[in-house]
Design a protein around this ligand. Structure first.
Ligand SMILES: [Zn+2]
Ligand SMILES: [Zn+2]
Length: 220
């Protein structure tokens, strides 16, 4: 069973990579130098959006459902909940286990969205599509950056420590604040850039509003 899951996760990663490359080819490289310019302009925006998205997904997985919730329970909720109890385990898992679930989700999103790429677009729409594409790419990678924030210093190469020190990718010290009980802040796990915004959201009030709609939180 584990081998089947690993194969499916690896296929999901390949499908996601293929769809991303096709997207960047159609929206960026095929448009010539202007396409490349829009592509580079969209990168930091997509990177920020992906960090924010990682925070929102993390909040959902920490706050609702359990490992038996259909579809996303075993794929996302269970790993996030286990991670609070054993934070170091993320440094022991394989690449497919680390990124497989998010890559499958990213591949589904890209597969549904990609027919839109061929439609004519203004510069603003093209930029928005490229921001979305970078956002999906980095959101899929976010759990890798999260893993790096948990590696012991001795296992982190110099380039990784520099990127973390310069806050280009998630700093271990920033993420450590999320691991303090009750795990209710610093949800963003890609770069941490969106944490100041994410931490301003009154989560308790949002959750109270959702409870009125019958959606109840479930922390453990
Ligand atoms: Zn968490
Ligand atoms: Zn963590």
């Amino acid at each position: 069973m584990n081998r089947i899951v690993t194969v499916l996760e690896a296929l999901g990663m390949l499908a996601c990579l293929g769809l991303l490359l096709r997207g960047f080819q159609e929206l960026g490289f095929a448009q010539g130098w202007w396409g490349l310019f829009w592509c580079l302009l969209a990168l930091p925006m997509g990177y920020y959006c992906a960090d924010l998205l990682s925070g929102l997904i993390h909040w959902v997985c920490d706050s609702f459902g359990d490992s038996h919730t259909p579809l996303w329970g075993p794929m996302l909720v269970a790993p996030f909940r286990r991670h609070h109890k054993s934070p170091g385990d993320i440094t022991q898992i394989s690449l497919t286990e680390n990124l497989g679930s998010s890559a499958i989700a990213g591949a589904v999103v890209l597969w549904l969205w990609s027919p839109d790429f061929a439609r004519p677009a203004s510069n603003g729409v093209l930029l928005a599509r490229l921001v979305g594409l970078w956002c999906v790419a980095f959101a899929v990678l976010s759990n890798r950056f999260h893993r790096w924030a948990h590696l012991p210093t001795a296992r982190r190469p110099r380039w990784m420590q520099r990127l973390q020190h310069w806050r280009i990718i998630l700093r271990p010290q920033t993420h450590a604040l999320h691991h303090r009980k009750p795990h209710r802040g610093n949800y963003c796990i890609l770069s941490g850039w969106a944490n100041p915004l994410c931490n301003r959201v009154p989560w308790a009030r949002v959750e109270a509003g959702l409870l009125r709609l019958g959606i109840r939180t479930n922390f453990d």
